[in-house]
Every structure is written in structure tokens, then in C-alpha cells.
Design a protein around this ligand. Structure first.
Ligand code: DAH
Length: 356
């Protein structure tokens, strides 16, 4: 009996002394394993006489159950302790900001296109596009530039090598050819803007061989100069965020519009800086006019039934004016310092209601 008692004390002591799951498993093997202390004792029962065997057997079975229960309970204590320690060491500071500031920036050209698109779509325009490599027909002829017209020279056109038929395609010099392409495939009413890349062989502080324009075209049954003025006035005031921005419509000439007008916005150059808004100076920002009947005819639209207006402006130019960017060349330098300074945070999507 003494041995069972002392074995009990020894094993239960070892169970509570085990300070980890591995150590506890060693105790289990020592007590209950194939060659464990209790197992060995049980093997010895056969040598006892029946009376003593029954009594010792009961005691050993009770000891076995008690030790197994102690092992179980110590095991769950140790597991809970290990979890608590893990939770305590792996702390998470929920007061930290949930994300770092976005590192990328939206390029001012993209931002400006998004802004003007937001304004024009609000007015009911949709966005159209066309190819950058154009035929002479769409870039010039369909737009009423006769073959030897001097305005062709003003465009500093990039010509491609002649193809098998001897035709020389051009890099489009303006977004206006998309007017014709769109009118060929759609019936009025038409209200589109066409933001895109354009190309001219010209390179200095204010000209880049690749630049961006946005074209606008409205065709309907009773469209007149008043609509042109109202549309462009609303656009300029929303874009430059000056409610009473003065606009001046100055007679001009483009082969594809008649009459034609260049649009100037009011500004002030007092004190060396440039401020857009009421002032004593003007700044030219776009070309416009009523679509020439020849252009409508080329596109398959009857000019006795439909008229419309068109306009075109340089995106770099309006971006520079709005955001005070002094030089054109860094627009294409992919200089990360310039982008950090003049770029826009991606999360700030421009909308008319939410701000531009
Ligand atoms: N295409 C002209 C240019 O590149 C800009 C322009 C002027 C477009 C008048 C138009 C317009 O649609 O009506 O200089």
C-alpha cells in the first residue's frame, strides 16, 4: 500500500511540476507509457494471490484514472497559459492609422482630363476617341482643309513613311478628325468630348511634340452660337472655379468652322503673378466655332437639317493655368519629385458635386 501511496504522490507531484506541454508528455510516458511506472505495477499483479490481486488492482486502476485526469487538467492549464502568453506578446495597436499615405500620384494631365470629363458629362456629353495615326483625309481633307491650304503647314505635321499604295499617314495634329469619324457612325443629336494625344513637330519651353487636346462636338437641329457661348462659359467657370469669370469670344479662322471664335478668359498680371478672374488682361484658352457645312457633308450629315458647334483646347495649357505649373517640359520627364509636388492624391476623385 505504501508503494501505491508514494507512487501517487510522486506522479501527481511530477504532473503539477511540469512547466510545459513537452515536459508533461514526458510525465505521461513515465506514468502510463508501455514501460511506465503504473503499467509495470499492473504487470506485477499476476504474481499476487487472488485476494491481494483484486485489492491492488482496484487501487492501481484508481491511481491510473487519477493520474490520467491530473494529466488532462494540467494539459489544458498549460495550453491556456501558452495562448495567454502568445496573446500578450502579439499586441496590435488599434489606434495606428489603418493605411499609410498612398505613395503614387495622379499626373496633372490625367487629373485635368478627369476634371473636364466630370464637368462635360454633367452637361450630358459622352466621351469618344479615335486613332492617333490618321489618314490625311480625316486629319485635313474632311475637315475642309483644301490640298494646298496654308493652314496645313501651320500644323507641323509628322508624316509616316508611305505605305504600299504610296499613302502617307500622319500622327494626328489635333483631335478634330474624331469629329468626322464619330459623325459618320452616329446620328444626331450628338454631344461628345474627345480627350486625347496629339502630335506636332515643335519643341521648346511651351511646345512638346506630343501633347493633349480635348475636342468637343455638339450637333442638333437648332444649335447656334448662343449654345456655344453658354456651354463654354459654364465649362470655364466650373473648371477654373471662378463663378464670374469673364470670357471674350474673339472672331478667328479655322477651316472646319464658320463662323469661328477664339475664347479668352479674364486674368490679371498685376504684381508679376497670374490670377485667373476679373482683371485687365486676357488669356487665350481655346478655339471654337459653328461646324462648317462642308464638314457635316463629308460626314454624311445634311447641313440643311442639322447644325452644331465644336471646340478644341490644349489640356497641358489649361492644367498649367489652373495649377500654376510654369514649365511644360517636366510633364513628360517622369520625375518623381515633380510628381510629388504637382501630382494628385489618388483617392480624391474629381466630381462636380464633390469638388474639382
Ligand atoms: N483643332 C484646332 C487646333 O488644333 C482647335 C479647334 C478649333 C478645334 C476650333 C475645334 C474648333 O473643334 O471648332 O488648333
Amino acid at each position: 500500500m505504501d508503494t501505491v501511496e508514494s507512487l501517487r504522490d510522486e506522479l501527481l507531484g511530477a504532473v503539477s511540476a511540469a512547466d510545459g506541454l513537452d515536459a508533461l508528455d514526458q510525465v505521461r510516458i513515465t506514468a502510463l507509457g508501455k514501460k511506465g511506472r503504473i503499467t509495470e505495477q499492473m504487470k506485477g499483479l499476476g504474481k499476487l494471490d487472488p485476494e491481494a490481486r483484486r485489492e491492488a488492482g482496484q487501487m492501481l486502476n484508481a491511481l491510473k484514472d487519477e493520474v490520467a485526469a491530473a494529466l488532462d487538467s494540467r494539459k489544458s492549464d498549460l495550453a491556456r497559459g501558452a495562448l495567454d502568453a502568445k496573446l500578450a506578446s502579439e499586441t496590435l495597436d488599434v489606434t495606428l492609422p489603418s493605411r499609410h499615405e498612398a505613395r503614387g500620384r495622379i499626373h496633372p494631365i490625367t487629373q485635368t482630363i478627369d476634371e473636364l470629363t466630370a464637368i462635360f458629362t454633367e452637361m450630358g456629353f459622352t466621351v469618344a476617341d479615335g486613332p492617333n495615326i490618321e489618314s490625311d483625309y480625316y486629319n485635313f481633307e474632311a475637315l475642309n482643309f483644301p490640298p494646298d491650304h496654308p493652314a496645313r503647314q501651320e500644323h507641323d505635321t509628322f508624316y509616316m513613311a508611305p505605305n504600299a499604295d504610296g499613302e502617307r499617314k500622319v500622327l494626328r495634329t489635333h483631335t478634330s478628325p474624331v469629329q468626322v469619324r464619330h459623325m459618320e457612325k452616329n446620328t444626331p443629336p450628338i454631344r461628345i468630348i474627345i480627350p486625347g494625344r496629339t502630335y506636332r513637330s515643335d519643341h521648346d519651353a511651351t511646345h512638346s511634340p506630343m501633347f493633349h487636346q480635348v475636342e468637343g462636338l455638339v450637333i442638333d437641329k437648332k444649335t447656334h452660337m448662343g449654345h456655344l457661348k453658354g456651354c463654354l462659359t459654364d465649362f470655364c467657370r466650373a473648371f477654373f472655379k471662378v463663378d464670374d469669370l469673364p470670357l471674350r469670344f474673339r472672331p478667328s479662322y479655322f477651316p472646319f468652322t464658320e463662323p469661328s471664335a477664339e475664347v479668352d478668359i479674364g486674368c490679371s498680371r498685376k504684381g508679376g503673378g497670374l490670377t485667373i478672374g476679373a482683371g485687365d488682361d486676357w488669356l487665350e484658352i481655346l478655339g471654337s466655332g459653328m461646324v462648317h457645312p462642308n464638314v457635316l457633308r463629308h460626314a454624311g450629315i445634311d447641313p440643311t437639317e442639322y447644325q452644331g458647334f465644336a471646340f478644341g483646347m490644349g489640356i497641358e495649357r489649361i492644367a498649367m493655368l489652373k495649377y500654376g505649373i510654369p514649365d511644360l517640359r517636366p510633364f513628360y520627364d517622369t520625375d518623381v519629385r515633380w510628381m510629388r509636388h504637382y501630382g494628385f492624391v489618388p483617392i480624391a476623385q474629381p466630381t462636380v458635386a464633390g469638388g474639382l
